[in-house]
Design a protein around this ligand. Structure first.
Ligand code: PMP
Length: 355
């Protein structure tokens, strides 16, 4: 760091994104991307005309995309705000609603504590149960502030039901309950139908996972109009043109390809279940994930050792060094063939450590 850096950030730990090494071709199972390309209609949206239009500023309100999202979610445009990935919307949420503190699970998306630090939000980390599930009762009657729950949670893949999240919103009328549904399209149940029933319930979703658009950076928030106004104010204070025009077009095209994405999601869920079985047969403990990743631990090899052994063989998975997660690896579910490749290597690694 330079001598010019604000001292407030000298001890600040930023988020470490999943590695994207360029030294060789890896089978990338570390950042929960889709193994499938964006839908054909999305690919066709990248026309010469669309590129030429980059000369102009993009629509800061993402009007067409917002309208289409409103239609597909059954909400009004005033209930939707688009963001540069859902990460950006999470940042706005911490700024808008975290001034009295924020609560989230102790094992969850690593960006939450980083955003809390960045925006000087007092964080309350609510421990998961011993089995890594969220106990919804721990969230009833928390001190006022922001409550953030990834549903399904990451890196566990475990879910709550919408009615449990609704109950949390009911029992915390002084807080905003933000449900991060990055992985909901792989088998979870969305809280979108509950939007508007509670003043304090908001949802964020992303196009990065089930819609194969991680590199386009697109997410959206759905919430009562007053909460969307809060987020929009922060958006317009920070980066009014936050979603570029190509991404707006790609997002719009993606929303017209529901069947394509449902098919891919089903294939990923099938690959997830067969991989979970296979890992179970190899002695792994694997949580029953409803996301596009599996969280797995083996009694004979720690998370870091397995991560390193797989990396040496050209496969990237994610390892988290915190005490509660260091025995585990998080494996993104790819195609069936990719999962076979992973399992072949894991069999060899496990075989090598057996006496
Ligand atoms: N929420 C969770 C739980 C995630 O795992 C991720 C992906 N890292 C995100 C949000 C952010 O996704 P994006 O910014 O790509 O929309």
């Amino acid at each position: 760091m330079s001598q010019y850096m604000n001292p407030r950030f000298s001890l600040f730990d930023a988020y470490t994104p999943g590695e994207q090494p360029q030294d060789r071709q890896y089978l990338k199972l570390n950042t929960n991307e889709s193994p499938y390309p964006p839908a054909p209609g999305v690919q066709r949206a990248v026309t010469a005309e669309a590129v030429q239009r980059l000369r102009l500023y993009n629509d800061p309100e993402c009007s067409k995309l917002t309208q289409k999202l409103a239609e597909t979610t059954g909400l009004k445009a005033e209930n939707i705000l688009c963001g540069n990935g859902s990460d950006e919307l999470l940042a706005f949420a911490f700024q808008a609603w975290g001034h009295q503190g924020a609560a989230f699970p102790d094992v969850s998306y690593g960006l939450y504590p980083v955003l809390a630090d960045l925006y000087d939000v007092k964080a309350v980390k609510v421990p998961l149960r011993e089995d890594y599930s969220i106990d919804d009762r721990d969230y009833l009657g928390l001190p006022q502030g922001l409550i953030v729950i990834a549903n399904p949670n990451a890196p566990t893949g475990l879910s709550l039901l919408p009615r449990q999240l609704a109950h949390i919103a009911e029992e915390n009328p002084g807080s905003v309950v933000l449900v991060d549904e990055a992985y909901v399209d792989f088998g979870g149940q969305s809280c979108l139908p509950l939007i508007g029933r509670y003043d304090n319930l908001a949802v964020v979703q992303t196009f990065s996972k089930s819609r194969s658009l991680a590199g386009a950076r697109l997410g959206f928030a759905a919430a009562p109009a007053a909460l969307i106004k809060d987020l929009r104010k922060l958006k317009n204070a920070f980066n009014p043109y936050n979603v570029n025009s190509l991404t707006q077009m790609l997002g719009l095209a993606a929303l017209k390809e529901k069947e394509y994405y449902q098919l891919q999601s089903r294939a990923i869920q099938q690959a997830r279940e067969s991989t979970r079985d296979a890992l179970g047969h190899l002695g792994f403990r694997v949580l029953p994930s409803q996301a596009n990743f599996l969280f797995a631990a083996h009694p004979q090899i720690g998370g870091e050792a397995l991560y390193l052994a797989l990396k040496k063989r050209g496969i990237l998975v994610r390892y988290f060094s915190a005490p509660r997660t260091r025995a585990w690896v998080r494996i993104t579910v790819g195609t069936r063939e990719q999962m076979e490749e992973l399992l072949t290597d894991i069999r060899q690694i496990i075989g090598g450590i057996r006496p």
